[in-house]
Design a protein around this ligand. Structure first.
Ligand code: PMP
Length: 307
């Protein structure tokens, strides 16, 4: 079923939310976007870390010199309105800001900036079994963009040309996902997920300065793992550290906390979801399923706004 889309300030029917083929974004990938989840918790529907996602959208837009003609508060309210109007209790939310009509030169400074928020139902991103059994991945032959080429901290549409090369190669070779190395050959992240590696009870992840997207689930997991008493270190991870890890997992809004059971056909640990991964997943599920939210990460969806 299709839901109304928030399009430049108001909800419109799905069919009406269209753009012109000569929009700048179609030719040059000039968009920034977010992926957010709304969970149907035991205490009602809640959007996970809405403020942080909308803030990252504004950060991405600023990096690309796009002026979003709304405030953070307005886009938060628009997100809640779009969810409420869909009647969905749980959904994936996709705000996107793009360069519209104007010049078709590369310079987009005079083009319109359009703002859209869409919602849809989306289950486990890496497959229904992935959260429990884990996924099989390989190291991608395509690298994550080098510093000072594309800004890695911006969640920009064009970045996902690189990501989709990685994802297509993974799937065509029989893997669920690819892990990108950075320019120096150190572990960066998946095509749409950050990566954590566990060895001898210590949890490692790449620092946000090393060409990764600073993931909001990554930040969540760093907080939860620290609270569980684990040491979490942000440091450069060589490729071979993947193969000898005790546990590995991906994090992301779509992927949530997904264990990795093999890399380049090396079995990771016992080949099953590991104990620390399970503990972290449980701490995450406590928030998003039970609605037990000591950090204030969930924003309630107003029921009275529902149609
Ligand atoms: N890295 C990349 C390249 C991504 O596309 C995503 C998904 N937004 C992530 C990491 C995870 O970020 P988050 O936890 O904020 O969804």
């Amino acid at each position: 079923m299709h839901h109304d889309i928030w399009f430049n300030g108001k909800l419109v029917p799905y069919e009406k939310a269209t753009l012109h083929v000569l929009s700048h974004v179609v030719h040059y990938g000039s968009s920034v976007f977010e992926g957010i989840r709304c969970y149907d918790t035991e205490r009602g529907s809640g959007v996970f870390r809405l403020r942080e996602h909308i803030r990252r959208l504004f950060d991405s837009a600023k990096i690309y010199r796009m002026t979003i003609p709304y405030t953070i508060e307005e886009l938060e309210a628009a997100t809640l309105e779009t969810i409420a109007s869909s009647g969905l209790k749980a959904c994936y939310i996709r705000p996107v800001v793009y360069r519209g009509m104007g010049s078709l030169g590369v310079n987009p400074l005079k083009n319109d900036v359009e703002t859209v928020i869409a919602v849809w139902e989306w289950g486990a991103y890496l497959g229904p079994e992935a959260l429990e059994s884990g996924v099989d991945v390989h190291v991608a032959s395509w690298s994550r963009m080098a510093p000072n080429t594309f800004p890695a901290m911006a969640k920009a549409g064009g970045n996902y040309l690189n990501a989709s090369l990685v994802k297509m190669d993974a799937v065509l070779n029989g893997y669920n996902e690819g892990i990108m190395l950075n320019k120096e050959g150190y572990v960066a992240e998946g095509s749409g997920e950050n990566l954590f590696i566990i060895r001898d009870g210590v949890i490692y992840t790449a620092p946000s300065s090393l060409s990764i997207l600073p993931g909001i689930t990554r930040d969540t997991v760093i907080t939860l793992a620290s609270e569980l008493g684990y040491r979490v270190e942000e440091r450069q991870i060589p490729r071979e550290a993947l193969y000898i890890a005790d546990e590995l997992f991906f994090t992301g809004t779509a992927a949530e906390v997904t264990p990795i059971r093999s890399v380049d056909k090396h079995v990771i640990g016992s080949g099953k979801r590991g104990p620390i991964t399970t503990e972290i997943q449980n701490a995450f599920f406590e928030v998003i399923k039970k609605g037990n939210d000591p950090h204030g990460w969930l924003t309630a969806v107003p029921v009275n706004a529902a149609v």
